[in-house]
Design a protein around this ligand. Sequence first.
Ligand SMILES: [Zn+2]
Length: 60
Amino acid sequence: MVWTKKMECEKCGAEYMVSEHKHPARDKGTIVCECGHEIFEWNCAALYSWERIEADEGSD
Ligand SMILES: [Zn+2]
């Protein structure tokens, strides 16, 4: 893993933890929020994985 950082959807405020991984071939793609807003776009020799950060503050 190269890096992990938190990204926030500008539209709905949902937070995602995004990780970049090394990849031998050039790849491209996008990370799209559950609301449909595009959060991140890549076109490079890397792969990305991401997961929604569930807001646990204020629950219950
Ligand atoms: Zn969103």
